[in-house]
Design a binder for this molecule. Sequence first.
Ligand code: DQA
Length: 145
Amino acid sequence: MNILIINGPNLNFLGIREPEIYGHKTYNDLVNHLLEYAEDANVSLEIYQTNHEGEIIDIIQDNYHRFQAIIINPGALTHYSYALHDCLKSVPIPSVEVHLSDINNREPFRKLSVVAPACVATIVGKGFQSYTEAIDLLKRGQKKI
Ligand code: DQA
């Protein structure tokens, strides 16, 4: 199974940004952890990070045909990007939304995810495990088909 993983704005600053919320591990630690996990799970990943909304849309439009699913952490775009919602809806593969932190128990503006309706599941608040649970969920879904 090929999964496209996309990380949005400020996720490249993991380890630097608000460590009391996001922890001390870096973005490279996240990527290495996911690649190791995927190898054991027999899944192939391609992982992107960008701080630019339009670039996320370009990555999805240009590459979705090579993948069976998307895992996306849209960062703050989660809370207001209808363009990203529409993009995820536009492609014929399932997306899982993930967040490192528990967006339901932070500032009120984080409670709303405008991309959630375009995703088959949302996993929050489990750190790196939010992503690995998304991989497991997509793998299970693929077996059922
Ligand atoms: C985040 C949560 C968002 O609210 C925030 O803007 C981020 C990171 C998370 O992974 O917990 O940039 O998506």
